[in-house]
Design a protein around this ligand. Structure first.
Ligand SMILES: *[C@@H]1O[C@H](CO)[C@@H](O)[C@H](O)[C@H]1NC(C)=O
Ligand SMILES: *[C@@H]1O[C@H](CO)[C@@H](O)[C@H](O)[C@H]1NC(C)=O
Ligand SMILES: *[C@@H]1O[C@H](CO)[C@@H](O)[C@H](O)[C@H]1NC(C)=O
Ligand SMILES: *[C@@H]1O[C@H](CO)[C@@H](O)[C@H](O)[C@H]1NC(C)=O
Ligand SMILES: *[C@@H]1O[C@H](CO)[C@@H](O)[C@H](O)[C@H]1NC(C)=O
Ligand SMILES: *[C@@H]1O[C@H](CO)[C@@H](O)[C@H](O)[C@H]1NC(C)=O
Ligand SMILES: *[C@@H]1O[C@H](CO)[C@@H](O)[C@H](O)[C@H]1NC(C)=O
Length: 497
């Protein structure tokens, strides 16, 4: 199990994955995908969705190049295959940092390195090299003078905590105490964070009905189903919060404190096999929407209210080449053509600094295609006089070929040129301002510090551009199939009130 969206009105759309006040929602980009789009196209999709944080499962050169000068923050990963070499050899670690990190910083904003993936629970025999590997990588960062910019940590599954419920009495499996102790000491000494892969989906399925589905999906619980920790009397509105708190308590049980948790993976599969009735489009849509609202409200779990839970959704695209259960191949929130698998509604709005010198005007996430097409025609036409040549076929901003992307480009070009003389960013309610530069790859939005068209006067307009590719939503409905669920032992008698 491996394990960061918002999205989609009619064709493509998405939301703001961050909250100007603090917390963010990012996305994991797995690559076991048939017809994986090119790195440049993936980055175009990320920009169109206004995604600000990504995690890669490796340190792919094409992706790191494509992510340069985008403002997107990047977590790179040491793969489990690379781990042993790095854990045994400081020079291998230094070479890794030079080749995969130093070569791209600062153009690419690499802010964290995930060392291996769920090593303790998936390849326990390698676990003893984890702490050494993290130390060697950190020392190489120090040598490159990058240790203040880039954190080193390692993602753990919930499998390291045998009984997460109730959170107050959770602790790490004592078999791993000495390794966990070294890791926590490293995280504390380097001001890093604990990387947690937390899947209410799996906990729910394993619990065989002990927990209500609403609890896993962040839905309201009736008074009869309230979930209270008997020791602390904290009310848990969601299993997600409980899993994060179980981890804080496990860390505290080893006498460590002050190490924040970042959720490096969470999500919900939208399709599954006959034995996976909870993997539905409806549940995935509910989970990820509620997750985004939850994370962006900026509070921590009950035991650590002041520490926001930065979170990466798993994952951008379905990884159809992954082995295992059907659900393993259906965690994506976007299809590779950039359209959304299901609606993810926008819940947080960005705070705009009205005095910022760089305000851009883009199409609103979720605006419908017909309205965007009207706005686009107006902006590029005689009335708006935007310069729409960059969104013509073959030009730098043509891909992704969506109304949303094309309208964003045209709205912004109009706004940059006309704002000072009273032009607004409205377009019948389909536009919104942002301080995030929407440029990507070679597509430079007007007003971008990297654009050559900044400050030009209005120029003669081209005619309205031809229609973008259309597309209709394609939501698949799954029949619910009753199944036998593996029952694991839970110590929940006192937990579920
Ligand atoms: C990179 O990300 C860090 C952390 O959010 C931020 O402080 C910094 O300004 C970013 N750097 C660039 C060049 O975007
Ligand atoms: C703790 O981990 C060991 C080693 O992987 C395993 O054998 C044991 O079953 C685990 N204990 C619990 C309570 O899960
Ligand atoms: C944590 O600290 C308490 C009190 O000092 C001590 O009793 C306990 O043994 C410590 N636990 C560990 C795992 O070091
Ligand atoms: C933020 O989320 C927590 C946990 O679900 C909830 O208790 C709290 O009421 C929320 N705060 C706001 C302002 O919505
Ligand atoms: C913008 O700047 C003006 C003058 O400096 C100031 O009065 C105003 O409060 C600022 N507005 C915001 C939203 O910061
Ligand atoms: C329109 O924008 C393109 C770049 O996208 C630029 O090459 C061209 O000169 C611009 N046309 C006018 C009339 O400003
Ligand atoms: C995008 O891909 C999905 C899944 O293959 C398909 O159902 C949808 O029609 C495609 N949309 C467009 C606009 O090509």
């Amino acid at each position: 199990m491996k394990a960061a969206i918002c999205l989609h009105g009619i064709l493509l759309f998405c939301g703001l994955f961050f909250n100007a006040l603090g917390s963010f929602v990012g996305i994991n980009i797995g690559t076991d995908v048939t017809n994986l789009p090119s790195a440049a196209n993936i980055v175009a999709i990320l920009k169109a969705q206004q995604i600000t944080h990504v995690r890669l499962f490796n340190a792919d050169a094409h992706m790191l190049n494509a992510l340069s000068n985008t403002g997107i923050e990047v977590m790179v990963s040491v793969t489990n295959e690379e781990l042993l070499g790095i854990g045994r050899s400081p020079s291998t670690a230094a070479a890794w940092i030079n080749q995969h990190v130093a070569a791209y910083v600062p153009a690419t904003n690499i802010t964290a390195i995930a060392v291996g993936s769920e090593v303790i629970t998936s390849i326990p025999n390698i676990a003893p090299v984890l702490a050494p590997a993290m130390n060697y990588l950190y020392k190489a960062l120090v040598a490159a003078n990058m240790n203040y910019l880039i954190k080193v940590s390692t993602p753990h599954s919930m499998g390291v905590i045998p009984r997460p419920f109730p959170p107050s009495s959770a602790s790490f499996n004592t078999s791993w105490n000495s390794i966990m102790y070294q890791i926590l000491q490293f995280l504390r000494n380097t001001n890093s964070f604990y990387m947690l892969n937390a899947y209410p989906y799996y906990e729910y399925v394993k619990s065989n009905g002990i927990f209500p589905l609403e609890y896993a999906l962040f839905e309201p619980l009736s008074t009869a189903k309230q979930i209270v920790d008997p020791n602390t009397l904290f009310h848990y509105n969601s299993m997600f919060d409980a899993l994060v708190d179980a981890t804080y308590n496990s860390i505290a049980a080893l006498n460590f404190s002050g190490i924040p948790i970042v959720v490096t993976e969470t999500g919900w599969p939208w399709s599954g096999g006959a034995s996976e009735p909870d993997a539905t489009t409806e549940n995935a849509e509910t989970y990820n929407n509620n997750l985004i609202t939850r994370v962006l409200n900026d509070t921590g779990p009950p035991s650590q209210l002041s520490i926001p839970i930065h979170t990466y959704i798993y994952e951008l695209f379905d990884e159809d080449k992954r082995p295992g259960l059907v659900s393993e191949r259906n965690w994506g929130v976007l299809f590779t053509n950039g359209t959304a698998v299901y609606d993810l509604k926008l819940h947080a709005s960005e705070t705009i600094d009205a005095n910022s010198s760089n305000v851009f005007c883009v199409a609103k996430p979720g605006a419908d295609d017909q309205s965007l097409q009207n706005g686009l025609n107006w902006a590029c036409g005689r009335a708006g006089q935007a310069n729409c040549s960059a969104i013509q076929p073959g030009q730098p901003c043509y891909i992704p070929n969506t109304y949303h992307n094309h309208a964003s480009y045209a709205y912004n070009d109009y706004y940059q040129k006309m704002h000072s003389s009273g032009g607004t960013c409205d377009f019948e309610g389909t536009a919104t301002t942002t301080t995030i530069d929407p440029s990507y790859g070679s597509c430079k939005f007007t007003g971008s510090s990297s654009s050559t068209t900044r400050g030009l006067f209005p120029s003669p307009a081209l005619g309205p551009i031809g229609p973008s590719s259309g597309g209709s939503r394609n939501i698949v409905h799954f029949s619910m199939v009753v199944t036998v669920i593996v029952l694991l032992e839970f110590n929940v008698k006192h937990f579920v009130a």
